[in-house]
Design a protein around this ligand. Structure first.
Ligand SMILES: Cc1cc2nc3c(=O)[nH]c(=O)nc-3n(C[C@H](O)[C@H](O)[C@H](O)COP(=O)(O)O)c2cc1C
Ligand code: SF4
Length: 517
């Protein structure tokens, strides 16, 4: 009987040499005359251990990592196909604390299955949610999602059930489900990992959304920088069509749902839902005025559910196990789990799916192991390029939308970027303004002009030119952007800028300013 060996095909593992490792294992097995079944799985999200090779044994899956092609002969010599000891042995995969202590609901199958095998998906509880949904009335599907407490994982944390209910109740001859897979935030990769590692869960979630609101067409708007996700999504969509999980009559129910992937061209603002819809319609990615909401007049003017990848990929487990099951995880009004993405200057970067309520400190130290440089962590930016910088004094904050809002911070899409004590926060503030100037769609003045002026003001502060007056101007300008911008790109750029200034005034020359005054 052949032994199953897993080598991830996820982009993070590929970037660290997984392809060469897979080839080396296949070649070595052939040379030694050993029959193996090489499965290319998704990543478990333990990036510092990638490429993470696993072997199926009688004691479960045993992990080795990080493996390079040159390690392969020695792994065979150590009898790794039977879980033998080697310097790269990590023991049973599920016992690695980083993984063991997670609550993986949305990512339950990522790293475990062959992402493009429908059989594997079905063996691992796939499509149970859809089968339940097919037995329910649309309003009852929406009710399950509402009861689960699921809030949008794309950034704004809007209750998904309420959004779906609006679309359900909007009369129209055509409705759409749009998945926002633009994932433009710095330090984020959870959407990518789902699409590469378990594309069926997203397809199932979108199909359930279609049944719930009466939409027969879905689009996944995918950033062009994700070629591996594109490939796996299309392979999974083709398999779903072939087996009757997509198409004119889903599993013979008479209910239709068609699905296509469309590629974005790489503008950050095209992740904003209305700019995304413009882009999907073939136009330039300009933000639309609201109202009307996309739920009433969205794609091609029709009622549209637009949700993030993680929001939609969380739906199958809700319909499988019930809204109450999902709701039991989390704290306060933040229910369920969040796939947290840990990046930047950190010893153990990766994906950590946890119930809301875990603290930043636990993520940074218990999981992350502190900074990669070994220096003190001075600041983290949570929630992408528009998220606030948080100082050490706030590391005991639980990951909870309301707890973050109380500190004038955001959880956003759950990305955490770590900086050690060599970071210069005035330069980080300047970077935030520059990013906004670069990515602004140009529709409104506070963002289009304000961000460019913001860079100039910060250059003067950094250059020690009229510092007191320029600092006052920076606050004034931030106030205008906060209150006068049409969308959150201009409206939230003051978050990183002012949080840097408020928490780290010394980097803006506060001591000198005080002396001068
Ligand atoms: C500038 C900007 C960029 C955004 N980028 C993304 C993105 O890449 N992915 C995403 O899901 N949401 C993004 N959003 C949020 C979307 O506008 C929208 O809130 C989200 O797609 C709704 O889905 P959800 O309710 O499931 O979170 C962005 C918002 C803004 C203002
Ligand atoms: S805030 Fe910026 S990105 Fe948003 S609409 Fe205005 S100009 Fe466009």
């Amino acid at each position: 009987m052949s032994i199953t060996v897993y080598v991830p095909i996820d982009s993070s593992a590929l970037s660290l040499g997984a392809e060469k490792v897979a080839k080396a294992i296949a070649a070595e097995a052939e040379t030694r005359g050993v029959a193996i079944n090489l499965v290319r799985n998704g990543s478990r999200g333990l990036f510092w251990l990638e490429p993470l090779v696993e072997v199926e044994t009688s004691k479960g899956r045993i992990a080795y990592g990080p493996v390079q092609a040159k390690d392969v002969p020695a792994l065979f010599d150590a009898d790794f196909l039977k879980g033998g000891q080697h310097a790269l042995s990590l023991g049973p995969t599920e016992e690695i604390p980083y993984l063991k202590n997670q609550e993986r609901l949305t990512n339950a199958r990522v790293g475990i299955t062959d992402p493009v095998s429908l059989d594997d998906y079905l063996t691992h509880e796939g499509y149970r949610g859809l089968k339940n949904a097919l037995k329910l009335a649309p309003a009852d599907i929406v009710k399950q999602v509402t009861d689960s407490g699921l809030r949008g994982r794309g950034g704004a944390a809007f209750p998904t059930g309420i959004k779906w209910n609006t679309v359900l109740n909007a009369p129209a001859d055509q409705k759409y489900i749009v998945c926002n897979a633009d994932e433009g935030d710095s330090g984020t990769f959870s959407d990518r990992m789902i699409m590469e590692g378990d594309p069926f869960v997203l397809i199932e979630g979108m199909t359930i959304a279609g049944l719930a609101v009466g939409a027969t067409q879905g689009y996944i708007y995918l950033r062009v920088e994700y070629p591996h996700a594109y490939k796996n999504l299309n392979a999974a969509i083709a398999a779903a069509y072939k087996a009757g999980y997509l198409g004119k009559s889903i599993l013979g129910s008479g209910k239709a749902f068609d699905l296509e992937v469309r590629l974005g061209a790489g503008a950050y603002v095209c992740g904003e839902e209305t700019a995304l819809l413009e882009s999907l319609e073939g136009k330039r990615g300009l933000v639309r005025f609201k109202p009307p909401l996309p739920a009433i007049e969205g794609l091609f003017g029709k009622p549209t559910v637009i949700n993030n990848v993680i929001s939609l990929a969380s739906v199958p487990i809700i319909l499988d196990k019930g809204g109450d099951y999902y709701r039991d995880f989390g704290m306060g009004r933040s229910r369920g789990t969040l796939p947290i993405q840990l990046a930047g200057n950190i010893k153990r970067p990766g994906l950590i799916e946890k119930a809301f309520g875990v603290t930043l400190r636990e993520i940074l130290y218990d999981y992350g192991g502190g900074s990669a440089t070994g220096r003190p962590i001075r600041a983290v930016q949570v929630g992408g390029p528009l998220g606030a910088f948080m100082p050490e004094s706030q590391f005991d904050t639980p990951l909870d939308y309301e707890a973050f809002a109380a500190l004038w911070a955001v959880l956003g899409h759950g990305g955490i970027v770590v900086f050690d004590d060599t970071v210069d926060m005035a330069h980080m503030a300047r970077y935030a303004m520059e990013f906004c100037a670069e990515e602004s769609c140009g529709k409104c003045t506070p963002c289009r002009i304000g961000s460019t002026r913001g860079v100039e003001v910060l250059d003067k502060i950094i250059g020690d030119e009229q510092r007191v007056a320029q600092l006052a101007l920076l606050r004034d300008l931030s106030d205008t952007m906060l209150n006068g911008s049409l969308c959150a790109l201009g409206g939230m750029t003051p978050y990183p800028v002012l949080s840097a200034l408020n928490h780290f005034p010394e980097d803006f020359g506060a001591a000198k300013t005080e002396q001068a005054a």
